[in-house]
Write a protein that binds this ligand. Structure first.
Ligand code: ZN
Ligand code: ZN
Length: 331
């Protein structure tokens, strides 16, 4: 099969013909239709996340068609494969319903091969059946940006005014969920990022502007950008009792800040990975209230180009690799 292979962190992905992965008991074989490009892929590619499987096929927002499903799925069923690829079921976290924190968890496109390829195998227990309707390319960003965004929104609490710091793949999805829940969304972007601000306003945000502005006191904030200096900034923007959720897997160091920013029972917390329950809840929710994803589609061979656009903050919405189809690149 054709795949893009990471041989070592900090090097370019290499397009190669590799053997199709071996199908083990409990797994399904999937023909990849589309695979989302996540900032986490960039952190792995650039060596900011340690100890990936090597060589590695990146990609953990996989939408595809089951071509060997055993008894779990009929052949031809459309499924999604997320970041959480396997958990032990035995550790204290698994027993407590917090499998996202499993000590021995394996992650798609990080410690097991992912979807920057024509085929992937996945543990059937971690695959989600997907709704009819949207194209594979439109669904792919839900498998991580959507899921992590959804988990972050739940962690942010029930407040009405939600600030989103960094308006990319995850924020543009979570904004729609929050608005459907009757909340008011404030989008904070880099100074002068008109594309992201107009995207936010077009999706229903009540305000979009630069980080540092304070349009209104927030009940909670979610930080999607990997910039530690946003933590004190967001703390200063939330009211007493408010929560600041750090939703990325990697962030630069958080600068020291005066205790008064945390005082008033403000909370800073992270969100790590996802549980299968998060996935079932999100996909249930979008069956009744669809989410519109804004995607930039690239052919599989252009993954480096897509990652580079993500690195430069140039992607509007989410970047997606189209694998089975042959749509023209939008860029
Ligand atoms: Zn476990
Ligand atoms: Zn991701």
């Amino acid at each position: 099969m054709r795949a893009l292979v990471l041989d070592a962190p900090g090097t370019e992905l290499r397009e190669a013909e590799v053997p199709a992965p071996e199908l083990r008991p409990g797994q399904v074989r999937i023909r990849v239709g589309a695979c989302g490009v996540c900032r986490t892929d960039l952190h792995i590619r650039d060596g900011e996340l340690r100890d990936p499987k090597l060589p590695l096929i990146l990609g953990h927002q996989i939408v595809g068609t089951v071509i060997d499903g055993g008894s779990a799925f009929t052949d031809g069923a459309r499924v999604g494969v997320p970041w959480l690829g396997w958990t032990c079921g035995e550790c204290r976290y698994c027993h407590a319903g917090r499998e996202n924190l499993c000590d021995r968890a394996l992650f798609t496109g990080y410690t097991i091969d992912g979807g920057y390829a024509e085929e992937v195998v996945a543990d059937v227990r971690y695959c989600f059946p997907l709704p009819e309707g949207p194209r594979d390319e439109e669904l792919a960003p839900l498998l991580c940006a959507g899921l992590i965004g959804y988990r972050a929104l739940r962690a942010a609490g029930d407040g009405e005014c939600i600030g989103l710091y960094g308006f990319g793949a995850a924020a543009h999805i979570v904004a729609q969920v929050a608005i459907q829940e009757g909340r008011r969304v404030f989008a904070f972007t880099r100074q002068g990022d008109d594309a992201a601000q107009s995207l936010a306003l077009g999706l229903g945000a009540v305000w979009a502007g630069a980080v540092g502005e304070r349009p209104e006191q927030l009940d909670a904030a979610i930080i999607f950008a990997p910039a530690g200096e946003l933590v004190p900034e967001a703390l200063a923007a939330v009211r007493k009792g408010g929560t600041v959720v750090c939703a990325g897997i990697h962030m630069s160091a958080i600068p020291s800040f005066p205790y008064e920013l945390l005082w008033g029972e403000r909370v800073v917390r992270s969100v790590a990975n996802l549980t299968r329950q998060d996935g079932h809840e999100l996909f249930q929710a979008i069956r009744s209230q669809p989410i519109k994803t804004v995607v930039e589609v690239f052919p599989l061979s252009a993954a480096e180009h897509a990652l580079d656009r993500l690195r430069r903050g140039a992607v509007r919405g989410a970047a997606v690799l189209s694998v089975a189809g042959q749509p023209p690149a939008t860029v």
